[in-house]
Design a protein around this ligand. Structure first.
Ligand SMILES: [Zn+2]
Length: 273
């Protein structure tokens, strides 16, 4: 696996040489863009909006637009010097409980591997965190951006998860029309809770798959073979308008005795948080 970052983690005066590795990968099916006429791949050219000259990387600089159409250029050396000040060191500032960090904060995951001579302090931190049940909060510079991160035990090793700074998380008050005080029918509420209980299972990520990606790949393969794409007809969903009727029908439909025979739609519902 490709090392994407080398540096150290420290807590107190203990320093652990480490390496970071991307822990997740995107499985999206990549599409190319072609010229409709002759099916040739297209390419992007960077052009100056004033003189229309086609530019190469060496002709391009970075700048910040501090007022409309007013720019201050930041030279590569200046950006690098600023980044260097934030040394290649991850300092654990605090330890907290994982449950205190709302999942909205989580961004990207990186496996932490020990660097040279790092095995012993690595094991020490991992075992100590395991025993205390806590996770570390730290700051890290990755690709010229400072991230807040948590360091936690994952399986047999350690994981670094970048998390958003509080000002990067939007306020839910921006969402219009979220009801705050609505009188609910006791019976409907009871039935909704019962329905949730009937659909409750243990979370096993292996139960879920990317249906869209599979269907798309199948469609691509039939097109390569020169076949027409077959789109399976959607099973029509019963149109139950009354909340109570919908609840009752769902409860009947998901009676525990039928539990073994789960349908994909039901699994999907259970996975959406
Ligand atoms: Zn120009």
């Amino acid at each position: 696996m490709h090392t994407m970052w080398k540096g150290s983690i420290s807590f107190g005066l203990v320093t652990i040489p480490i390496k970071l590795f991307a822990a997740t990968e995107n499985k999206d099916i990549k599409m190319r863009q072609l010229h409709k006429e002759d099916h040739s791949p297209i390419k992007y050219e960077k052009k100056c909006t004033a003189c229309e000259e086609t530019l190469e990387q060496k002709d391009i600089v970075k700048a910040y637009e501090y007022e409309p159409n007013k720019f201050v250029e930041l030279e590569k050396d200046e950006l690098e010097a600023l980044a260097k000040e934030q040394t290649k060191s991850i300092e654990i500032m605090d330890f907290v409980h994982l449950s205190e960090v709302d999942p909205i904060y989580f961004d990207r995951s990186y496996f932490i591997g020990p660097g040279e001579n790092g095995a012993k302090p690595y094991s020490l931190l991992k075992t100590a965190m395991e025993e205390s049940g806590k996770i570390g909060i730290a700051k890290v510079m990755i690709r010229s951006k400072q991230h807040l991160a948590v360091v936690r035990v994952y399986d047999k090793g350690l994981l670094l998860e970048t998390i958003h700074f509080p000002d990067e998380v939007r306020n839910i008050d921006l969402v219009p029309e979220i009801p705050e005080e609505i009188d609910l029918n006791e019976k409907e509420l009871k039935m909704a809770v019962q329905l949730i209980e009937q659909l409750t299972t243990e979370f096993d990520p292996e139960n879920y798959k990317d249906d869209y990606r599979e269907a798309l790949m199948e469609a691509i393969q039939s097109k390569v073979k020169g076949e027409q794409i077959k789109v399976a007809k959607q099973r029509p969903k019963a149109d139950v308008v009354d909340l109570m009727d919908a609840l009752q029908a769902s409860i009947d439909d998901t009676k525990p005795k039928k539990k073994k025979k789960k349908t994909t739609t039901r699994k999907k519902k259970a996975s959406s948080e």
